[in-house]
Design a protein around this ligand. Structure first.
Ligand code: C5P
Length: 234
């Protein structure tokens, strides 16, 4: 089985990111580069991480007209990331264009396509935040609606909260990859995460990948923390 731990490199400098990546790499499956690190360090940080042999998850949550998102996904595919995110609320045409760009660009390079993950409803949003946008569904219904639309549009994976895993597993085919943040053990601080599961419980609920930030990078011994989480899965 692949190691399902993705470490979120939510650190301010590329030097810290590469140092952290080198120290925990033996115990994890991939690293997530988010907006702060990418905007400050640029694509070079992805090349540096890939040069260590690790998989990279580029979490830039693209949301734009289909042509623009397709070009951004093609560029990320050429950069050789293994996972990336787009907003499912960009619509079916945008999602289909993103998936097609990933497939076609990878085929031209003779590589496997990156997994294009749909983000449904941001976990920072509640029903009143949806209502402000004119979306009158409750959050679980809207998550389900966007998840099914992502699937119909050809996406092969989604990002979801740990507490959405069971519901999504009931409505999606098994081959849909689910990536979940919000992982905490009973002993960790919850930080600003309100809805959490342990790594083991999230895997049991149907996650394929676990995105873990502070419990690893803010630990006194990040490599030890990553190893302990991995050990807790078996
Ligand atoms: O430090 P922590 O384990 O909470 O980090 C989780 C990572 O997953 C962060 O990079 C955060 O931005 C991301 N994330 C999240 N909740 C979401 C989507 C992404 O925590 N709903």
């Amino acid at each position: 089985m692949q190691n399902p731990i993705i470490v979120a490199l939510d650190v301010p400098t590329p030097a810290r990111a590469v140092e952290l990546a080198r120290s925990v790499a033996p115990h994890v499956g991939a690293f997530k580069v988010g907006k702060e690190l990418f905007v400050s360090a640029g694509p070079e940080i992805v090349r540096q991480l890939r040069a260590t042999g690790t998989q990279v998850f580029l979490d830039l949550k693209f949301h734009d007209i289909p042509n623009t998102v397709a070009k951004a996904v093609a560029a990320a595919t050429r950069l050789d990331v293994q996972l990336l995110t787009i907003h499912a609320s960009g619509g079916s045409e945008m999602m289909a264009a993103a998936e097609r760009a990933a497939q076609e660009t990878a085929a031209a390079l003779g590589r496997l396509p990156p997994l294009v993950l749909g983000v449904t409803v941001l976990t920072s949003m509640d029903a009143s935040a949806l209502a402000e946008l004119g979306v009158l569904s409750d959050v679980p219904s809207q998550v389900q609606r966007l998840a099914l639309l992502a699937r119909q549009s050809g996406l092969r994976g989604l990002v979801c909260s740990p507490l959405e895993l069971s519901m999504l597993r009931q409505v999606l085919p098994n081959e849909m990859t689910l990536v979940t943040p919000g992982i905490r053990t009973g002993m960790d601080k919850a930080d600003d995460q309100k809805r959490t599961l342990s790594a083991r419980d999230a895997m049991a609920a149907g996650a394929n990948w676990l995105v873990i930030g502070r419990p690893i990078y803010a630990a006194a011994d990040p490599a030890g923390a990553a190893r302990a989480i991995l050990d807790s899965l078996y």
